[in-house]
Design a protein around this ligand. Sequence first.
Ligand SMILES: [Zn+2]
Length: 77
Amino acid sequence: MSCSKRKYNSENLAVEALIEARINFDTNSATTVYLCGDCGYWHLTSRGDTHPKLKAALDSGQIARQKLSNYWERKLR
Ligand SMILES: [Zn+2]
């Protein structure tokens, strides 16, 4: 069975994408990742509890800092 969602080979890659999505898209609401029973790859989802690594990135201010630096990078380009 094939999935229309973007596929990731590992949980780590999916979590990286989860954090990047939060940095780059204000409207992104994905909160965690899951191993898909249909295709066998990892997907992002907005259902379920916030992934601990995303939560840590939010709590530590990492995401806010990255957002700010992206903002200036775009502005100065
Ligand atoms: Zn799938």
